[in-house]
Structure formats: structure tokens, C-alpha cells
Design a protein around this ligand. Sequence first.
Ligand code: ASP
Length: 426
Amino acid sequence: MNSIVMGRLPLYARILLGMLLGVIAGFIAISTGFEHAIVDWVKPWGIIFLNLLKLIAVPLVFASIITGIASLSSISRFSRMGVLTLGLYLVTTVMAISTGLVMVNLIQPGKSFTQDARSQYQNVFDASVQEKAEAADNIASQSPLQFLVDMVPENFIMAASNNAKMLQVIFFAVLLALAILSLPKEKTTIVRQFLGQVNDIMIRVIDLVMIGAPVGVFALMASLVTDFSGDARVFSALGWYAITVIAGLLLIVILIYPLSIKLFTRLKYIDFIRAMLPAQILAFTTSSSAATLPVTMEQCQKELKLPEEVVGFVLPVGVTVNMDGTSCYQAIAAVFIAQVFGMELNFMQQLMIILTATLSSIGSPGVPGGSIVMLVIVLTSVGIPVEGLALILGIDRPLDMLRTVVNVTGDSAVACIVSTKVTTVD
Ligand code: ASP
């Protein structure tokens, strides 16, 4: 009976149900002192589900980029799509950061933060701040062109064996696709067919993995709630900061994206959100846009009917390059810390935040807390004390869940716009 009811519910409703039940199970475990049961028996299912999603990412990205680009009629069509995609990513990122800056200057969450709370947080999070600052130091001491060096793999197998090196896989796939595109069609028929079929098979694998999504999401939420139970007290002083981040993210989702979708596509925003809901819920529970990528791609292709060549290129690139939620949050976090330390940031410094937050959101990997190390670079660029990171680390996970939803939504919105432009131009 249960399985009949579950089977009839649409995917997003089943995942949502899993999430809700996970939260309830987490709270029940806390109140009955059974947290360890969640850790021992429930959490592993969440990890298995996450691993399954990550497992699909590299072959899917590789096959879909090559199939997508190779199906374009010419290299010039690809460069048009590439320029449009990167341009839109840049514009949406700058808009997201500006939204964050407006919200944090309006609400001024740092002004209501007591000095007592400040020293208490610094004591608690000192060690992890040191660690992030060291990692950021390493990044800052590299050449400004290091990001380009990092993009070009010296060995494909090594790149493909590490999900964090997705940009290297993308680079190699684009290179191969361009080579295929420049050769006569009859010389590449078998490779095209083979990769096209790998792509179809991977999409089928996503369907199979998603059968377990409600259980996976249940397990992830239950373990998140139990993991966080001890930190609840830490959150209270950060209420206004959290509200500012949430308000900034909300503005992006209810203003910037609907406007862009309305102006540049023929889609209704409500249909867009309905189609993206499973990916958004997954982004929320996993805090990882990279882990969500297979589902984002599937929803864009199957539900929104976006062309394969756009989905296969725009979304994998977006996972690392475009993070609207993250960049909005970085701007808010930087100004919040400055406010707590009694620093007034002038216009030039806020402009500097726009620049560095744009670059650092491009450099942040799509994994939980991926942007924290890059935030150190934003802070140091305008002389905000790095120790301030201690103030926001405690509440970072729930805010990370929310900004990941925006990151995934932003990539998909850009994919819709690029699809409309590419199909209307040709
Ligand atoms: N968790 C984010 C993502 O995966 C990155 C971050 O903001 O830390 O998109």
C-alpha cells in the first residue's frame, strides 16, 4: 500500500517527503538520546546515495560535453554558445553580489552583534580559521594565472579520478569535441555514436539512482539534524546575519531569475521551478552543486526539453564557474565581519568585494563549504580581519544548503536563456 502511494507521488514530492521525515527522525533521535543509532545505521545510506551521484558525474560530463558540442553544426556555433554562456554567468554573478551588498548595507547585521559573542566565537572556531587561512595563503601566493594552469590536465586518467578536478575533465572533453567537429563526419561516426550511447546510458543510470533519492535524502537530513544538535546555541547571535543571507538569496530567486526567464525565454517561471525542484531539493540536502549535477542535467533535458548540446556544456561548466548564491553570500559575509569589527567600507572597497567575490566564486569547488577558503581571499583583499571567519563558521552549513540551491537554479536559468538564444539564432 505504502509503495503504491509513494509510487504515485511525483519525484519531487517523494524527495520532499524523505527530507521532512529525515528532519523528524533527527529530532526524535535527539530527544530520545538515540543520535548514535542515526550515525551508525542511517547516515551510511546518505553517504552511499551521495557517492552514487558523484560516481555518475565524470562519465556523464565527459560523454555529454562531447556529444553536445560534436552535434553542433560548426565551431563558430560553439564559440557563440561559449561566449554567451560565460557572459551570462558573469552578469548574473555580479547581480548576485550587488544584491548581497545592498541587503547587508540595508540590514547591517554586524551592528547588532555583541562584543561578548564575538570573543566567544573566536575562541570556539580559532583552529579551523587557522586552517582555512593557511589554505588561502597557499592560493594567494600562486601566480594569478594558476587557475588556467589548474584547468589543463597533464594526464586524463588522473583528472578523471578526482571529482574536484572536473574543470580538467571539461577542458579535455571540449578539446576532443572541437577536434571531432573539425574532422569530416564520416571519420568520427563510431566515436559519436559510442559517446552518444554512453550519454543515454548514464541518463538511465541517474533514473535508477534517483529511485533511492527519498531514502538518501531522508538519511542525509536525519544525520544533519543530529550533527547540528549541539550547535543550536551558537546560532542565536547570528540571527540577523542569517536573515540577511536568506533575504539576499530570496531576492535572487524571486526577482532576478524570474525577470531573466521572462525577458529572455518563452518559459513560465513556475514551470521552470517545478521542473527544477528535484535538483533544488537535492542541492539543499547535499550542499553540493557538483553532486547534484547529474540530476540538474536530467531535469533540464527531460522536463524543460533543453537541447542536449546546451545542457551538456552550460551546466557542467556552471557547476564550477557560476555560483550566484555563493557570491551573494560572500559579499554579505565579508561586510558583516567588517561591521562586527567596526570597519566602515568605502565605495572602492565594496567594488573590490564585487571583483574578488566574482573571482572567488569562479574558483570555489561545488562541494559543501567549498567557498570558505576562497572567502579568506575576499576578506584579505579589502583588509578585513581573517579571524572574523570564526563568527560565521558555526552557521555555515545551513546557509551553504540554501546558497547551493541558488547556485544550481542559476546555472539552470542560464541554460534556459542560452537554449532560447541558440535555437532562435540558428
Ligand atoms: N556548497 C556550494 C556548492 O556546492 C559551494 C559553497 O558555497 O561553499 O555550490
